[in-house]
Structures are given as C-alpha cells and as structure tokens.
Design a protein around this ligand. Structure first.
Ligand code: E4P
Length: 218
C-alpha cells in the first residue's frame, strides 16, 4: 500500500515528502479553505514539491457536469500530475466519462458504498476514494467497505486504484493495508503518530546514556 498525504498545507507536504514516505497528495474544498489561500497558487506549490498524483477538487458549488468538465480541464492544465477530484453524483459520473476520454485522470470522492465505487470505476475513474472515518462516525464499519471494494475490483480485474480516505488513526492505516487498499491518504498528524513508538524513544535514550557513560560526547 502506498501513501498520499491528505492536506493542502504546503509545509506539512514538504515535511512528509522529505521523509520519502509519500508519493501523492489529496486535497478537498475544506482543506483548501482551511489554508485561506488561492486554490491555483496552493496547487502549483504542491506540484513543485511532490512528483506524483495531486488531487485537486472541482469547486464545491459546481454541481453540473458541464461545469465540472470545464473546471476539470483547468485543473488538469495546471500540471501533468494533476488528478481531478469529482464528487460521486450522476453529474459527476458524466464529467468523469468526458474527462477520461480526454486523457484526464479523475478521483471520484465521497464514496460510501461498493456500488458507488463500481459505478465510478466503470465511468472511467483512475481512483476512487472511500471515506473510512466518516462511516465509522455513524457506526458503520468503514473497513468493511474497503474490503468489499478491494474484492470486487480484484474479481473483475478493475484497474481503478482504491484510495482509503478519511483516515483518523494508525489502526485505520493497518486495517486498510490488510484489506488491500492500493493507497491510504493520511493527514500529517497521523503520519507522525505512525513514526513514533515509546519503546523507540526509550531505546534511543538508553543507547545515548550508555554511550555517553563510556565515551562522553565524542
Ligand atoms: C479524501 O480525499 C478527503 O480529503 C479526506 O480523506 C476526508 O477526510 P475527513 O473525513 O477526515 O474530512
């Protein structure tokens, strides 16, 4: 399973990229709004940091296929790594079909059922983004959805990649890796939580103390 970072914060993206652990970025309208900066400016900065798929979403207020297609073309023109994120609606699927025919990659977002994922794949999506955490929030097991989509795509040799999204903790990461998601898109805070372990911290402190006791600071 590969990692993308789920943020529009350029500093966090730079830190994760420097660690060598991410190969793509996902953003959404809420994450862009959180930065309070111009969409295109932020996206351009991200493309200069990460050399991999960067998902930029059509405006949250654009709900018709023609509008999504128009914006999708503009997003794709920013950089060759751009992936157009489209919400899972009837109009969204129409936009995915047209953009795919033009060679523009799409990521269908706000996927909450296996049928939605299958439809998005058949419309030509390069990626689908099932949201684990938001399902868990309403007492439905997000991981069950990831497993179902993985099984269906494997059975039918579907090439669309599964991005496990709405990841809220390191256990989500392990669960979706075991279930066979192609990618997990993870906020920076959770990547940090995955790096750290109290026994690693203790181990480093003991090695330092033992070393210093004999060799000092040399
Ligand atoms: C996915 O691409 C979304 O940006 C994201 O994972 C949503 O996560 P949230 O449910 O924590 O907002």
């Amino acid at each position: 399973m590969k990692f993308f970072i789920d943020t529009a914060n350029v500093e966090d993206i730079r830190k994760a990229n420097d660690m060598g652990i991410i190969c793509g970025v996902t953003t959404n309208p809420s994450l862009i709004a959180m930065e309070g900066r111009d969409f295109k400016k932020v996206i351009k900065e991200i493309t200069a940091i990460v050399d991999g798929p960067i998902s930029g979403e059509v405006k949250a207020t654009t709900v018709d296929a023609d509008g999504m297609i128009r914006e999708g073309r503009e997003i794709a023109a920013i950089h060759s790594n751009m992936v157009v994120k489209i919400p899972m609606t009837t109009e969204g699927l129409k936009a995915v079909k047209v953009l795919n025919a033009e060679g523009i990659k799409t990521n269908v977002t706000l996927i909450f059922s296996a049928t939605q994922a299958l439809l998005a794949a058949r419309a030509g999506a390069a990626y689908v983004s099932p949201f684990m955490g938001r399902l868990d929030d309403i007492s439905m097991k997000g991981i069950v959805l990831i497993g179902e989509i993985t099984d269906i795509f494997k059975t039918h040799h579907i090439k669309t990649e599964i991005i496990a999204a709405s990841i809220r903790n390191p256990i989500h990461v392990i669960d979706c890796a075991k279930a066979g998601a192609d990618i997990a898109t993870v906020p920076y805070k959770i990547l940090e939580q995955m790096v750290n372990h109290p026994l690693t911290t203790q181990g480093i402190a003991k090695f330092q103390a033992d070393y210093r006791a004999v060799f000092g600071e040399s």
